[in-house]
Ligand binder design. Structure first.
Ligand code: F0G
Length: 482
């Protein structure tokens, strides 16, 4: 990572790239933002991007691509079967992830679908440091269940533990003893653990998990979607890895798992996904699902252009300037908010800055979706689109009861190399204003609630006229400002 100090002594992240292509943004007045929000059923997924100023919904498929990636896309070998572009990607996977076999899939959840179809049986349990929404939905759809074994610190938003994505080794051993290896479909470790704030695991923790799995005869699967962030954190926070190159750490991590899968909408900054393994039997078992669900074995639902972009993107993941950009911008944002006394998840993780809605709007009942309400309010305050990561994103239990999430987070994602410093400062300013006016924020209720992954396209209404009051306060404080 570039070591650049400022004469002023000030500390802030410096971009190690320049902007070559731009997209014009709109910031519509707050009254129009309220109209758009109402039309979107108070669900940030349903907002139109033209009505959004800072799209901090996700990093998925919206990271800025490099000139090298764009150039490679022009050289793609377009063929249904046996594309040379696939061979390039496969070789890159072999080189960087150290896996002999690669199965392409159109995105991360498509890889998860293949894993679930291959290994989940009714009544089986998948152990994981923490679930991801699509992972859990695909497992439960097949009659399996998910048990989480993340360490206690992982669920404490203000812990300063550096590896909050670690698995609790005692919980893992206890679950193995209680359930027995036969009942366990697999153990899954998620890098850059998404739903608890983009928090990493340590290499040492993964080593321990892998050893226990091996001894118990249970398969270990690594979700490498957010591996770039996790690699950076291992490099800077795990003393025993400080001298290692990113390439070495990456190979070591991947060698510990029986199967590695990823969303290339995140890892590699393109669009697509895939599954990697060195185990021929596992490879053959999963392979049959690729032509069935995805496409032929040499594209798996991806365009050849995207496969070229992934190949270059994976190479760029070895560059510390590249993988540090997201985390250091996020750290800046988290630190600025912390200085202002605003509840944020610490230490800063990857993927985005996570506001702790449990505390931010502790006056709203959790059944009225604290994080969902804060997400709606954030759009009103700044045209900033974040993502609810809390009860709204949970699925109801088998009896139809609401499952209250352990964490209520508003994720403000920082897609890699997309936003400038001044935009981040704007976001901090609007969060600060919202915090000063937090008591004006009220709750939400579902008016249309889909049965599966309800947060994606469910519609909600506010439980009072709190949004009008927030708009009026904005006008009183900001005058004619957008
Ligand atoms: N695993 C993790 C850790 C993820 O964060 C995601 C996606 C997936 C799997 C599924 O991959 O979207 O390519 O199908 N996360 C996105 C997000 C949706 O916004 O955090 P996908």
């Amino acid at each position: 990572m570039a070591n650049i100090k400022f004469f002023s002594g000030e500390k802030f992240p410096l971009e190690m790239h320049k902007v070559k292509i731009v997209q014009k943004l709109n910031l519509i007045p707050i009254e129009q933002r309220l109209e758009c929000l109402t039309q979107a059923g108070n669900n940030s997924f349903l907002l139109k991007n033209r009505d959004v100023f800072m799209d901090m919904l996700t990093d998925s498929g919206v990271n800025a691509m490099s000139d090298q990636q764009l150039a490679a896309m022009m050289q793609a070998d377009d063929s249904y079967a046996g594309s040379m572009t696939f061979d390039k990607l496969e070789s890159k996977i072999q080189e960087i992830l150290g896996a002999q076999y690669f199965l392409p899939a159109h995105q991360g959840r498509a890889a998860e679908n293949i894993l679930a179809e291959s290994f989940v049986t009714p009544g089986s349990v998948s152990l994981m440091n923490f679930h991801f929404t699509t992972t859990k939905a695909l497992i439960t759809k097949l009659g399996g269940s998910v048990e989480e074994i993340v360490i206690e610190e992982g669920l404490n938003p203000t812990s300063d533990y550096p590896f909050k994505g670690n698995a609790d080794i005692d919980k893992l051993k206890e679950a193995l003893a209680r359930l027995g290896a036969k009942k366990i479909s697999f153990v899954r470790m998620e890098s850059g653990t998404n739903l608890i704030g983009g928090q990493p695991f340590s290499l040492e923790n993964l080593r321990q998990v892998a050893q226990i799995c091996r001894e118990a005869g249970v398969m270990l699967i690594l979700d490498a979607s957010l591996l770039a962030d996790n690699l950076y954190f291992i490099k800077v926070r795990e003393a025993s890895c400080a001298h290692k190159s990113i390439r070495e750490i990456m190979l070591e991590i991947c060698a510990l798992a029986d199967i590695v899968y990823f969303s290339a909408r995140k890892l590699g900054c393109a669009r697509g996904g895939g599954i990697c393994t060195n185990n021929q039997a596992l490879f053959e078992r999963m392979r049959e699902f690729v032509p069935l669900f995805e496409g032929f074995l040499t594209y798996g639902g991806m365009s050849v252009r995207e496969m070229e972009a992934i190949t270059v993107g994976l190479t760029e993941t070895l560059d510390e300037d590249m993988i540090s950009q997201g985390p250091i911008f996020i750290e800046y944002m988290v630190d600025e908010l912390k200085k202002r006394g605003i509840p944020v998840v610490t230490p800063a993780g990857g993927l985005g800055c996570h506001l702790n809605a449990m505390e931010f709007v502790d006056h709203i009942p959790q059944t009225e979706y604290r994080a969902g309400a804060l997400t709606a309010a954030m759009y009103l305050a700044g045209g900033i689109r974040g993502m609810e990561r809390g009860t709204m994103s949970e699925q109801r239990d088998a009896q139809g009861n609401e499952v209250l999430s352990e964490m209520e987070l508003l994720r403000l994602a920082l897609p890699r190399r997309v936003f400038t410093m001044s935009q981040v400062k704007y976001a901090v300013d609007r969060v600060e204003w919202l915090y000063a006016n937090r008591r004006l924020i009220g709750g939400l209720k579902y008016i249309e609630e889909p049965k599966v992954l309800r947060f994606f396209f469910g519609r909600l209404a506010s439980t009072s006229d709190w949004q009008d009051k927030l708009v009026a306060k904005f006008r009183a404080d900001f005058g004619d400002s957008l």
